[in-house]
Design a protein around this ligand. Structure first.
Ligand code: S3P
Length: 743
């Protein structure tokens, strides 16, 4: 096994890549002696003058004699000739690697020269470069934070792979391994095809008769698209020939794509055209997020930890409209997609969770324009128009998306897999899978303990059932009713306590009959949804933080505009009022089947209460903020019958109790609730466990704290409340956000 520093490294070729790596080895003292061969004497002389190499040779065999490591960094089409030349001079233990952009032909060259691929040969490809070339252009940091792909064969020596891996890691690169064919197919699409198109486009336009005008008026788009046509023509010529089969297959796929665009334009198929373009626009970001397992919203970096710091005191005053209702935003995309015609949505929540739903339907072929300033246009495909998604549907942090889609997808003629982020991966999915199985769905929760991923096999013939829900869950109710749209006969759900009825209301808004009798809602399968307009009210769950803030901070006077007042959602107002809160409901009106009002809130001395259990489902998402209200109230507040809080985005009972204790408030968790004794709020650092509502609740606690409160792990606030910080500051909260390295 080789040891660092190596005694001798030989480079064959000293262009941009070879000379960059040689510089790095030199600068980092990783080698005692560097030899090199190049066809150009000038290059060798320059390299020696610059101190990059110790000695240069015209003949590759001379350079590799005695070397521990040989790096082939010349054009790929010279590989076979170079290998044949160095073969007799290589020492037995020498490790050989290369930097070629194609791997199949390099492996074939080794086979041709040795009769087999030597175990000491590690094919490699650094994904780094520049439009500049030559020994002068090299930089020791060229590979930092870039990827290097190694394509070892099954019999390649592990020691040789370890050596080459260590080399690239020393250069600051991320090393990954792939199979040879996989490498060539992927690179043909991500690198070779774009270069081919850039060269071809410029050449095609340059041949046209009015070419001068084309180049004279060429704007940014042409320049951006064709930047890479300035790359080394000889090198790319070699690459296209070396990776011929994979490049041709990528080109075929591309030509089929441009043919689809051509057909759509020729036949004036506006939907098809818009579909391709909206999907393309979304796809770039979408796949980046999927790969990183992160978010759609720009504010959710996840490469850093987002922390809130709240300075104590202040009042909470002004007029504000909080973002659109999350539950209604999800449903507007789902039902809009399943309708016939075009649905326009305003007030759409541009938060991470709703964007996940939007992306899911784009994945299933629905054309969705926007969101732009809360406006979305959904080009419905009808109940039978969804297409199979190209891969697993990634729904991020959104439990609502996963549970509602489970129902909807159970009835489709294609298979689907639903996955999500780390928090969602722990949440229970059997509660929706069970009733769907009773309807005949083929659905599995493939995580441990009935958790995601959810795998659904299509083409199940669903039949209507009656389902008595054991838990009060609007997500389960909605998932079952949505499956019922395709089921034979009647599907009905009875809930043990009233839960949000946005699905029922919105289905009616789309012209689909939903009957409700007492606690039971039912639908008949086989109907039709007709496109409509949806105006999404402000989310009462987001308003809750502001209601609590203005109630607990002295001298506050706040108006919240256009808040959704669906009777199944107003528990937070009922509970705050029971605690002595001063909340006036103004301008009550109905917008698109949902009641809406403005809320006027003023400071009040709150008092502790026993929260009535019938209010629990009506305020299910608002308890974190209500716990802060309880901490500011006189006396004891007791919550019971709320075990569901333990399986939300976090265990909200435990996480809130921990945070309150840190701040010096007495909070005793119980199996199904909590007992909080009001008292002074101190300062300290609390951990939100990535739960958006916990983070925003503790932020509001700052208004009554005696010192600063730091809240950790706040990026997920963007799932439901983009620009929380901006809006809260405008009302008077002394809050700022900062980013920190993740440990
Ligand atoms: C939601 C239902 C509730 C709620 C969630 C949104 C919905 O969940 O907590 O934030 O949009 O249907 P459960 O159905 O699990 O109670």
């Amino acid at each position: 096994m080789q040891r660092w520093p190596l005694r001798q490294v030989a480079f064959i070729g000293l262009g941009l890549i070879g000379s960059s790596l040689a510089r790095l080895l030199r600068e980092r003292g990783l080698v005692e002696r560097i030899t090199a061969a190049s066809r150009s004497r000038q290059t060798l002389a320059t390299a020696q003058q610059l101190g990059i190499i110790d000695i240069g040779y015209a003949n590759p065999a001379d350079a590799v004699r005695g070397a521990d490591l040989v790096i082939l960094a010349m054009p790929v089409n010279a590989t076979e000739a170079v290998m044949a030349a160095i073969k007799p001079a290589l020492s037995q233990s020498a490790v050989v690697t290369d930097v070629g952009s194609t791997k199949g032909n390099v492996v074939a060259a080794a086979e041709a020269v040795w009769g087999h691929v030597p175990a000491t040969f590690v094919p490699g490809h650094p994904i780094a470069g520049s439009e500049q070339s030559g020994v002068m252009a090299g930089r020791a940091d060229l590979f930092a934070a870039h990827k290097v792909i190694l394509t070892p064969l099954t019999h390649t020596s592990a020691d040789a792979v370890a050596l080459v891996t260590a080399l690239w890691q020393a250069a600051g690169a991320e090393v990954m391994t792939m199979r040879v064919e996989q490498h060539d197919a992927v690179l043909a699409r991500t690198s070779h095809l774009p270069h081919l198109l850039a060269f071809s486009l410029v050449d095609t336009l340059a041949q046209e008769s009015d070419n001068l005008d084309i180049f004279r008026y060429a704007a940014g788009g042409f320049r951006d698209f064709t930047r890479i046509a300035a790359s080394d023509p000889r090198m790319w010529h070699d690459i296209f020939l070396a990776n011929r089969d994979a490049v041709i297959s990528a080109l075929d796929a591309f030509e089929a794509g441009t043919q689809r665009v051509r057909d759509a334009i020729t036949s004036n198929d506006s939907d098809a055209l818009l579909g391709m373009f909206t999907r393309a626009r979304a796809a770039r970001e979408h796949f980046t997020h999927m790969l990183a397992g992160t978010a759609y919203a720009k504010s959710m970096t996840h490469t850093k930890e987002l922390r809130f710091t709240v300075e104590p005191g202040g009042n909470f005053t002004g007029r504000a409209r909080v973002p659109g209702d999350k539950s209604i935003s999800h449903r507007s995309i789902m039902l809009g997609s399943l309708a016939t015609g075009v649905t326009d949505v305003t007030g759409f929540l541009e938060g991470e969770d709703a964007l996940a739903t939007l992306q899911a339907f784009r994945d299933m072929g629905v054309v969705i324009e926007g969101p732009t300033a809360g406006r979305v246009r959904v080009h419905g495909v009808g109940l039978h128009g969804l297409k199979a998604p190209p891969g697993p549907i990634y729904v991020g942090n959104s439990g609502t998306t996963m549970r509602l889609l489970s129902g909807l997808l159970s009835a489709q003629p294609f298979n689907a897999v639903l996955t999500g982020d780390a928090s969602l991966a722990k949440r229970p999915m059997e509660r929706i899978a069970k009733p769907l199985r009773m309807m005949g769905a083929d659905i599995q929760t493939t995580g441990e303990r009935g958790t995601p991923p959810v795998t659904i096999t299509g083409n199940a013939a669903l039949k209507g059932i009656h389902y008595d829900m054991p838990i009060a869950s609007a997500q389960v109710k909605s998932g079952v009713l949505l499956a019922g749209l395709w089921a034979q006969g009647t599907t009905s759900v009875t809930e043990p306590a009233p839960t949000r009825d946005h699905t029922e209301r919105m289905l009616r808004g789309f012209g689909y009959a939903v009957k409700t009798e007492g606690a039971t809602a039912n639908v008949q399968g086989g109907g039709k949804l007709t496109a409509t307009q949806i105006d999404v009210p402000a989310d009462i769950s987001s308003a809750a933080f502001f209601l609590v803030a203005a109630s607990i901070a002295p001298d506050s006077d706040l108006v919240l505009e256009h808040v959704g007042m669906n009777p199944t959602r107003v528990g937070v107002i009922n509970i705050l009022r029971a605690m002595g809160g001063n909340i006036e409901v103004l301008n009550s009106r109905e917008v698109g089947g949902e009641p809406v009002a403005d809320l006027h809130v003023r400071s009040a001395q709150l008092k502790g209460i026993d929260i009535p259990e019938d209010q629990v489902p009506l305020a299910i998402d608002e308890f974190p903020s209500l716990f802060i209200a309880a901490a500011c109230a006189e006396g004891v507040t007791t919550l019971t019958g709320a075990e569901e809080l333990r399986v939300k985005e976090s265990d909200r009972i435990q996480v809130m109790a921990d945070g309150l204790l840190t701040l010096g408030v007495s909070a005793v968790p119980t199996a199904d609730g909590i007992v909080i004794t009001g008292g002074p709020i101190g300062s300290g650092e609390v951990i939100s466990h990535g739960d958006h509502r916990i983070a925003m609740s503790f932020a509001m606690a700052g208004l009554r704290a005696t010192g600063p409160i730091v809240i950790r792990d706040c990026a997920n606030v963007a799932t439901s409340f983009p620009d929380f910080i901006g809006l809260a500051r405008r009302c008077g909260l002394r809050i700022r956000a900062s980013e920190h390295d993740l440990h």
